[in-house]
Write a protein that binds this ligand. Structure first.
Ligand code: HEM
Ligand code: HEM
Length: 173
């Protein structure tokens, strides 16, 4: 096995795409709330994209257990760090959506959604720790993803070992 399975590759790149959309929707929502213009549709759209990411991650971990992974590139300290980064990313892909769901459940957003009344939406998330956790975890996810991206660039363009081919649709197996 020289590459990740096709379905793992599809979910990997779909995750990148959906993360950008979820991040954008989250920020738009935050800005709209500060300008008293947040809508129920905005919360629903962000939750749907974030929820899809959670489902895809669960599915991806299942496929990973069934399909396996190509052998590690090496056994150096850097290879171990890369593995740790991958595990960290999986953890964050589960925790970020869960903290988002907790933000809704433990705040007035759930009341507004149930009543279908946008005037009940919170102006602030004071006393809602899940919101702070969500915000912090999103930032950690972005930082760890950038480290992951730099690692991929380093492999591809400095070491030139064709690492990105392992996560590619072009099959070599
Ligand atoms: C990986 C998936 C997700 C990403 C990348 C993400 C990203 C973000 C971002 C960037 C914000 C703005 C943070 C701020 O400055 O306040 C945010 C806020 C929020 N997110 Fe998410 N989110 C995700 C999943 C979810 C899910 C699944 C839910 C709920 C089911 C959710 C609910 C919320 C709520 C309620 C807010 C507060 C919006 C506001 O400030 O009014 N998020 N999210
Ligand atoms: C930004 C552009 C990205 C590039 C260029 C990229 C590239 C790669 C490559 C080449 C691999 C294979 C590494 C190997 O064979 O050892 C990989 C694996 C992985 N990537 Fe990315 N990636 C990107 C974005 C992301 C994002 C946004 C996430 C999730 C937040 C992510 C999560 C992962 C995980 C968890 C693995 C390990 C797969 C496994 O062993 O199950 N990647 N990535």
């Amino acid at each position: 096995m020289k590459q990740y399975s096709n379905r793992m590759v599809i979910i990997h790149w779909l995750t990148l795409l959906l993360l950008i959309v979820a991040w954008y929707f989250g920020h738009e929502l935050d800005e709209a709330r500060h300008e008293a213009g947040a809508t129920l549709a905005g919360y629903i759209a962000h939750s749907l994209v974030g929820g899809t990411l959670l489902l895809l991650t669960v599915l991806r971990l299942y496929f990973r257990s069934k399909d396996g992974t190509p052998p590690a590139m090496g056994d150096t300290l850097i290879d171990k760090v890369a593995k740790g980064v991958h595990h960290g990313l999986y953890g964050l892909l589960l925790l970020v959506p869960v903290s988002g769901m907790m933000t809704i459940i433990t705040s007035d957003v759930s009341k507004a959604l149930q009543a279908g009344d946008a005037t009940l939406l919170p102006k602030k998330f004071t006393g809602v720790p899940a919101h702070d956790v969500h915000e912090v975890l999103v930032t950690v996810l972005i930082v760890v993803t950038v480290v992951h991206l730099l690692g991929a660039i380093w492999h591809q363009f400095i070491i030139k070992d064709g690492l990105i081919g392992r996560m590619s649709f072009i099959r070599k197996d």
